[in-house]
Write a protein that binds this ligand. Structure first.
Ligand SMILES: [Fe+2]
Ligand SMILES: [Fe+2]
Length: 215
């Protein structure tokens, strides 16, 4: 940690750097944990299976791009004095997820979503706005988002080809991590959003996942 506070210009540069590294083709981020897929043998997939896996992992990658933006926006605006260390740990785990998804998409011979800059900007704005309202709302938004992500990951475990053990291993570890992030945010005092807000979030995430699946 620096021994001096960052100026607004410093923060702007740090966030711009983080956004560019998140969105760059071939992730420029460094992960702390190796991919769970690392020691698993690649199984021959049919062309249809490969395309299906790539599309699902592209959706997951977009989710991780949004997580980066959400945590970045939140770190700028929210105070979170009691849980800052835990939030930073969660944000680092999101970098692991981002890199693992990127690696898997590369192995499957596909590309990340072309719409990621759009989702990054939107998620950053939401994260910062929630943080400006209050820490309780900010943490509540993290919890609700992580819940959404867990649902997608559970669906993906049903949809991924059984033979694609590498993608499945990545998704299983992500599911475990995201569930922990949701619990942490709620335990830290996050607001449990009412059902209409959660339904709206489900709708927005449906648009995002459908678009990322295709492009
Ligand atoms: Fe994640
Ligand atoms: Fe997460």
């Amino acid at each position: 940690m620096p021994s001096f506070p960052f100026s607004p210009i410093d923060k702007l540069i740090i966030n711009a750097d983080r956004a560019l590294r998140t969105l760059a083709a071939g992730s420029q981020m460094t992960c702390e944990r190796h991919s769970p897929a690392r020691h698993l043998q690649e199984v021959d997939l049919s062309e249809a299976e490969r395309k299906k896996s790539a599309a699902l992992m592209r959706v997951n990658h977009t989710g991780e791009v949004c997580a980066q933006a959400l945590y970045q926006g939140q770190s700028l605006a929210a105070r979170l004095p009691d849980v800052r260390a835990e939030m930073e740990k969660a944000a680092k785990e999101e970098i692991d997820h981002l890199v693992w998804c990127q690696e898997r998409i590369d192995s499957l011979g596909s590309h990340t979503s072309y719409l990621n800059p759009l989702w990054y900007g939107l998620s950053f704005a939401i994260g910062a706005s929630a943080g400006l309202v209050s820490d309780k709302v900010s943490l509540g938004f993290v919890a609700a988002t992580e819940d959404q992500v867990c649902k997608h990951l559970q669906d993906h475990l049903q949809e991924l080809p059984q033979g694609d053990v590498k993608s499945r291993a990545v998704v299983e570890q992500m599911l475990e991590d995201e569930a922990r992030h949701a619990t942490m945010a709620l335990d830290a005092g996050g607001y449990n959003f009412p059902t209409p807000v959660k339904l709206l979030m489900t709708l927005v995430s449906k648009v995002m996942t459908t678009a990322s699946y295709r492009v």
